[in-house]
Design a protein around this ligand. Structure first.
Ligand code: ADP
Length: 328
């Protein structure tokens, strides 16, 4: 993934640096309880990119997206989002950051006493935007999520999928550079899940909005993602294009995750034995090593950082030995 793209409006081939929408550098997060949520995460998401975060419960995914809107404060490291240095942001500047970032949650979080239109308008009204501007933005947001006809309904008169579409309209009404979705389809049935992903993809493609989406469902990734970031025990252990990750994953955790997906001819799925480590006492080495059939002593010795490997970034020090897909 390169940050260099042709930018000149005259079509000339000169390459200019594109500023990422999200850049995390060596970020550590620890809660007052003593739990380490992120143990040194670096991550880049470019404008318009559709990035997935996957990994087991407790891996640090929600903490990572909390960082992006300054709900979570890092212990150390840098967090840059939509032109804001979030790690040094003053509280008075937080609303400006949040205008550039839309967030969608698993449980919708709509205001029950406001209609779909009012829920969507609210985020812009609090910024003091003029009435005509609010109205035009609301119409545009409702149109793209397909809720124009239901604009005057209250949330309790909507299905789960419709409520999530209203939540997406609210998140995008200010035309953010980044849309964050924390398991947006988990509470919905399978056919509705696909519709919600289509709506998010339409937003990304229509407005070139970058998307960060957390999911437990690897099945959905292949259809919509540009990039996948696999998290485990407070680290991102592997990053790359969806094709590379599915084709030749380098990390044993990713391989385990992929082989636990239902596929033809396999009746009983093979879950990965064991559990993630206790993050009150994070491991000094690779967090997956205790569950990894390929682990050697060195895996427990130090915390590996992401390194380029083929067309991926991996933290597995055994990636070369375990290389799959016939690469030399
Ligand atoms: P995920 O989203 O991948 O499930 P989280 O970011 O929610 O992971 O959690 C990462 C780690 O931080 C876990 O060990 C979790 O128990 C801990 N954690 C998360 N939120 C809090 C909190 N508010 N207080 C204390 N510990 C927390």
């Amino acid at each position: 993934m390169s940050n260099l793209e042709p930018m000149n409006t005259d079509g000339s081939a000169e390459l200019l640096a594109v500023e990422p929408v999200v850049a995390l550098r060596g970020v550590r997060v620890q809660y007052p309880s003593g739990h380490t949520a992120l143990a040194g995460v670096s991550l880049t998401i470019n404008p318009g990119e559709f990035a997935f975060l996957v990994g087991p419960s407790g891996a640090g995914k929600s903490s990572l997206i909390g960082l992006l809107v300054r709900d979570v404060i890092p212990l150390s490291g840098e967090v840059h989002v939509a032109g804001h240095a979030v790690h040094t942001l003053q509280p008075s500047e937080v609303p400006y950051l949040r205008r550039r970032v839309g967030v969608v949650f698993q449980d919708f979080r709509l205001l029950q006493r406001r209609t779909v239109r009012e829920n969507t308008a609210f985020a812009l009204e609090v910024t003091g935007a003029p009435r005509e501007e609010v109205d035009a933005a609301v119409e545009r947001a409702l149109r793209i999520v397909g809720l124009t006809a239901l604009a005057e309904r209250y949330p309790d008169a909507l299905s789960g999928g419709e409520q999530q579409r209203a939540a997406i309209a609210r998140a995008i009404v200010g035309n953010p550079e980044l849309l964050i979705a924390d398991e947006p389809t988990t509470a919905l049935d399978v056919t509705v899940q696909a519709q919600i992903l289509e709506v998010i993809q339409k937003v990304q493609q229509t407005f070139s909005t970058a998307v960060v989406l957390i999911t437990h469902d690897l099945g959905v990734i292949a259809r919509v993602a540009d990039s996948v970031n696999v998290m485990y025990a407070g680290r991102n252990v592997e990053s790359g294009s969806v094709q590379s990750i599915f084709d030749h994953p380098s990390h044993p955790y990713t391989r385990g995750l992929l082989s636990s997906l239902p596929h033809e001819g396999v009746e009983r799925l093979q879950p990965i034995a064991g559990f993630p480590p206790n993050m009150l006492a994070p491991p000094s080495g690779c967090g997956f090593a205790p569950r990894c059939q390929f682990a050697v002593d060195a895996c427990n010795a130090e915390l590996p950082s992401l390194q380029p490997f083929d067309d991926l970034l991996t933290s597995c020090i055994r990636a070369v030995d375990l290389r799959i897909g016939g690469r030399s």
